[in-house]
Design a protein around this ligand. Structure first.
Ligand code: ADP
Ligand code: MG
Length: 241
């Protein structure tokens, strides 16, 4: 008898990504097929240069594929025009980067609201306030990014991603520039976004303790998924990675 599996919200089908050509050619992704299930927290780990960021960027439509197909929320995004892809990304995908990517001239408050404003969507003030409160940003909303610490800037970036309630939240080493206390806060917030809001989160990290809060851990090596672990502990990840 078939067991019920949660629906795939993102799928890579035979995705390859090759940078450059000839002798400088790099195969960043080598025929990768994987489904990401809705409402799950997936961590992606692997050595530097193994293709983690490329996997995240292609799946989020930030980078094109050389071959293969990517579907998000039931829509094949490979083959969309740049304009349609930009709109699709804005409506369906939230991003958190290691480098925060905040607009320097905008306050924390305006940075958080920007994607929703660009998408012409109404901001849920209660949800916004609860996110801002749980990230302890209430006192910082009028500050510009340069007036904030790295941890505070990342909390603004997390708030910006969560306020839009995207179908998928992708995060590329979101705690890479943070101290251990702020790292724990950011990870807890991502975890509760999954548990309480049924948010889907896909996070690249090099920290097996960070990865251990995920439901699933994929280990990437040489552009391929070499292990797919269900609720592993940090020690179990260390044995495989
Ligand atoms: P990771 O995130 O696991 O460190 P990446 O996905 O960034 O790895 O990179 C995978 C491989 O692709 C590496 O060999 C990297 O040098 C190469 N690569 C990534 N981006 C580019 C690019 N824009 N041009 C050329 N090579 C790239
Ligand atoms: Mg990377």
């Amino acid at each position: 008898m078939e067991t019920q599996t949660p629906q795939a919200i993102a799928s890579l089908s035979n995705v390859s990504k090759i940078y450059g050509n000839g002798t400088t050619q790099v195969i960043a992704l080598n025929d990768v097929s994987v489904d990401f299930r809705a409402g799950e927290f997936t961590a992606i780990m692997g050595p530097s240069g193994s293709g983690k960021s490329t996997m995240l960027h292609t799946l989020a439509g930030l980078d094109s594929v050389t071959s293969g197909k990517i579907s998000i929320d039931g829509k094949e995004i490979t083959g969309l025009s740049d304009k349609d892809l930009t709109k699709f990304r804005r409506d369906h995908i939230g991003f958190i980067f290691q480098s925060f990517n905040l607009i320097p001239t905008l306050s924390a408050h305006d940075n958080i609201e920007l994607p929703m404003r660009l998408a012409g969507r109404k901001i849920d003030a209660k949800w916004m306030a609860s996110i801002v409160d749980s990230l302890q940003l209430t006192e910082r909303l009028t500050h510009k990014p340069y007036q904030l610490s790295g941890g505070q800037q990342q909390r603004v970036a997390v708030a910006r991603a969560l306020v839009a309630r995207p179908a998928i939240l992708v995060a590329d080493e979101p705690t890479g520039n943070l101290d251990s206390v702020t790292t724990a806060e950011v990870l807890n917030l991502l975890r509760s976004a999954v548990d309480q809001l049924k948010q889907t989160v896909i996070m690249v990290t090099h920290d097996r303790h960070a990865a251990a809060i995920a439901d699933r851990v994929l280990i990437v090596k040489d552009g391929q998924i070499v292990a797919d672990l269900d609720h592993p502990t940090a020690d179990e990840i260390a044995q495989v990675a």
